[in-house]
Structure formats: structure tokens, C-alpha cells
Write a protein that binds this ligand. Structure first.
Ligand SMILES: O=C(O)c1ccccc1N[C@@H]1O[C@H](COP(=O)(O)O)[C@@H](O)[C@H]1O
Length: 225
């Protein structure tokens, strides 16, 4: 299966469309009001309505993932419906029980549980989530910010990481370090936000294009580092 590429923190319809056309398999929308990348459900709906359509499915050509931090289940469900999302990323301290309740409420929506890795102990919680979500996402820990920090994980310490469900690597990824990260680790997906930005929520389209150039070269020549 080819690598999933999620570009997160989309706030502008033209940028969302252009990033989808460059090859992103998913766009992420920050639904946490404290983030400088926060977008409301109507704003998400406007961005999604502007995405290219897959002619076979009649649906937007890439996944639309809402990123929530300790949000209420009803708010998540409302945002999914209003924003036409097909995925939810839980980036706070959501319990496996909350994930199970969301799974029941949103059976057709992809659930991704993000874990902010401060030490190896954080990885010990993973078995509790593996039956409740579709995928995991590993992000770097920051004492005051929930995400979008630009901090990288210690990739070498994760070399044995091999959960039973697919996972995304996040945290400080850029067009310059992505090949090194993918030489160390073998996630099913990658997630970039501040590493392809001019300022929070305003993507640097040159950096996004550079990212896809690097990834396309790697796909054509897998031994490239
Ligand atoms: O980007 C944000 O502002 C944000 C806020 C709250 C939770 C998650 C957030 N972003 C997520 O952070 C990671 C990595 O970001 P970066 O590449 O290090 O800038 C990514 O998964 C975003 O979805």
C-alpha cells in the first residue's frame, strides 16, 4: 500500500484544493479552539466543497480529518456532519471508552488516536486502543501545546515500533527531514503541519510542492535517502 500523506492545519479553500491536487491523501482541520489553526465546521464545509471530486466515487478526492483535543462526543459528531468529514483524529487525553462510544456513534468514520510521546511509557497505553480505533498517530510531546509544535520524535528509539493497526508518524516533519524519518521508520502514513507553513494555518505551497517532489522521487527510487 502506498504511503498516506496528511497535510494538517488547512484553513484556506484555495490551499486545500491545491494541496489535494499536489497529492495529499488527507487534509487535516484543527477543531481545537485554542489552536491558531482553528477552523469552525462551516469553514471546514467551505474548504471541503472546494476540493476536487473523484469521478468514480462522486466524493472529494482526499480524506477530510477533523483534529479534536478532549472534545465532547456530541460536538465531534456535529462537526463531522456539518464539515463533511470522513475521519476524526483524537489528539488529547481521550480514553479507550470515549473511542468506543465514538465508534458506535460514527461507524463509517475513520478514528485515529494520537499519542504524544514523552517517554516509552506512553507506548504502553497502545494495546488499550488497538480494538477501538482504525489507526494511531505518534506526535512529539510539548508541555503546553497539544500539537502543531514542530518538535520531532526520537525516531531511532521507535525503530522497533510495530503496532497491530496502521499508524501515522507526525511531529516536526519537513521536506528536508522526511527521507531520514522514513529511512528509520515504516509508518503507513505521515502527517505534516508547521513544517510546510509560512505562519500558523497559512501553508507554504513551495514547501508542500517540495515535499511531494521528494516523496515522488523516493517512490521512483526506494533506496533514496
Ligand atoms: O496544529 C495544531 O495547531 C494542533 C492543535 C491541537 C492538536 C493538534 C494539532 N496539530 C497536530 O500536530 C501534529 C504535528 O504537527 P507539526 O507537524 O509538528 O507542526 C499533527 O498531527 C497535527 O495534526
Amino acid at each position: 500500500m502506498s504511503l498516506r500523506v496528511k497535510i494538517c492545519g488547512i484553513t484556506q479553500p484555495e490551499q486545500g484544493r491545491a494541496i489535494a491536487q499536489l497529492g495529499a491523501t488527507a487534509l487535516g482541520f484543527i477543531c481545537a479552539p485554542t489552536s491558531p489553526r482553528y477552523v469552525t465546521a462551516p469553514q471546514i464545509a467551505t474548504i471541503v466543497a472546494n476540493l476536487p471530486i473523484n469521478l468514480e466515487t462522486g466524493k472529494p478526492c482526499c480524506d477530510r480529518i477533523g483534529v479534536f483535543v478532549n472534545a465532547d462526543l456530541d460536538l465531534i459528531c456535529q462537526t463531522v456532519a456539518l464539515g463533511h468529514l470522513n475521519g476524526v483524529q483524537l489528539h488529547g487525553d481521550e480514553t479507550p471508552e470515549l473511542c468506543n462510544r465514538l465508534r458506535q456513534a460514527l461507524p463509517d468514520v475513520e478514528l485515529i488516536k494520537a499519542l504524544r510521546i514523552q517517554s516509552a511509557i506512553a507506548l504502553e497505553t497502545i494495546p488499550q486502543y488497538q480494538n477501538s480505533v482504525d489507526a494511531l498517530l505518534l506526535d512529539a510531546y510539548h508541555p503546553t501545546l497539544a500539537g502543531g509544535t514542530g518538535k520531532t520524535l526520537d525516531w531511532s528509539a521507535l525503530q522497533q515500533f510495530c503496532p497491530t493497526i496502521p499508524w501515522f508518524l507526525a511531529g516536526g516533519l519537513t521536506p528536508s527531514n522526511i527521507l531520514e524519518a522514513l529511512a528509520c521508520l515504516h509508518p503507513q502514513g505521515i502527517d505534516l503541519s508547521s513544517g510546510v507553513e509560512i505562519s500558523p494555518g497559512n501553508k507554504n505551497m513551495n514547501q508542500v510542492a517540495q515535499l511531494f517532489d521528494v516523496l515522488n522521487q523516493r517512490a521512483a527510487s526506494p533506496t533514496l535517502i
